[in-house]
Design a protein around this ligand. Structure first.
Ligand SMILES: [Fe+2]
Length: 266
């Protein structure tokens, strides 16, 4: 499925999302399908370094894949320890990739009459859980860097100031949201294109309480598998550590790319 969108400057942006190529709309996973827009050449948001494999999709095989991390497992030390990164990426994220591919295969089997259609509800729940888990983790890895931390600059910095009052107010709100997630889940800074505003929201598990249409820019994983080895029950310390590895350059470019791609009014 190939789509195009006309920008305010009148130029058409070809876009092909990983999910769209499987015929799944944005609403099915709360807008996450637009988190990584990949054009005809496999470039993400005009960045030639981001291949489909880097965003977790193998177009040659037509399946989701576990993308490589943009750094080594021990590169985020001492903030995020290497063993947590290894397990988190190679075990937990990998399971979501398998679950997503399995759910899609099982739904295909239902359509072809090889599986009882009574299973659609249960399989679709698996699709939402594993799909949201996959897309959030792909974004999560890219929003961290060994040289991260500090503050954003440029257009994102200005947008945060307009929408939240200041970077400090944003930080306090974001950390509170992450700290107050009940059980396993995420706090997410997203771009909501209808109002053209940034919003902080929470996802329980991966898929519950997402905001359809809002595109994640900066998710923090507060499942215990993200921090328990090093921080045990001290989630607040982990949240502080995450703030020190945020790749604001990536988040800023992602914000500009998503904003321009999804512009809905002048
Ligand atoms: Fe996770």
């Amino acid at each position: 499925m190939t789509q195009s969108q006309t920008t305010s400057a009148g130029s058409a942006i070809p876009r092909r999302t990983a999910l769209a190529s499987l015929g799944l709309g944005a609403a099915s996973l709360g807008g996450l399908s637009t988190a990584f827009a990949v054009d005809h050449h496999g470039n993400r948001n005009g960045d030639p370094k981001m291949s489909p494999e880097m965003v977790g999709w193998d177009p040659s095989d037509g399946r989701y894949v576990l993308p490589p991390l943009p750094y080594r497992y021990d590169d985020l030390e001492p903030h995020i320890d290497a063993e947590t990164m290894r397990l988190h990426h190679s075990v937990h994220h990998a399971s979501y990739v398998r679950g997503l591919n399995t759910a899609l295969q099982q739904l295909k089997e239902v359509r072809e009459g090889d599986r009882d259609s009574d299973q659609v509800r249960a399989i679709t729940r698996d699709l939402a859980f594993n799909g949201a888990g996959h897309f959030l983790h792909v974004l999560f890895w890219n929003t961290m860097s060994p040289s991260g931390g500090g503050k954003p600059d440029g257009e994102l910095a200005e947008k945060i100031k307009v929408d939240f009052g200041s970077f400090d107010k944003f930080t306090a709100h974001y950390k509170a949201a992450a700290g107050q997630v009940q059980g396993s889940g995420w706090a997410i800074l997203s771009y909501e294109p209808t109002s053209a505003q940034l919003v902080i929201h929470i996802a329980e598990k991966h898929q519950d309480f997402l905001l359809p249409g809002a595109v994640p820019l900066l998710p923090i994983d507060v499942w215990e598998h993200a921090y328990y080895l090093k921080y045990q029950n001290r989630r607040g310390e982990y949240i502080d550590a995450f703030m020190k590895v945020i790749n604001w350059d990536f988040v800023s470019r992602h914000y500009v790319g998503v904003r321009d791609l999804l512009e809905v009014h002048a």
